[in-house]
Design a protein around this ligand. Sequence first.
Ligand code: SF4
Ligand code: F3S
Length: 104
Amino acid sequence: TYLVTDNCIRCKYTDCVEVCPVDCFYEGENMLVIHPDECIDCGVCEPECPADAIRPDTEPGLEKWLQINTEYAEKWPNITVKKDPLPEAEEMDGKENKYEQYFS
Ligand code: SF4
Ligand code: F3S
């Protein structure tokens, strides 16, 4: 599966949802997640993210993000249509440790 990781938080550009062939993105207040059981590993979303927040789970060190994507994909609503990024997206792009400070 692919996973949404830290840099999505408080950016939420949503370009990713437009290209997913199986519509497996789910939306929280400050970030999106991918449903790991629904993702077919096509990889087309990864280069679409302006914040470079989407990663294949084959990369090392993503256990925390697998857990977060799995948990919140079950709790948050599905999103399939792109919307405006969060107003602070540009300013927040690239900030460290957004999960600890801002996750919701
Ligand atoms: Fe959707 Fe493909 Fe991205 Fe998985 S890798 S979330 S199926 S676009
Ligand atoms: Fe987040 Fe990137 Fe999608 S910032 S909403 S993963 S395009």
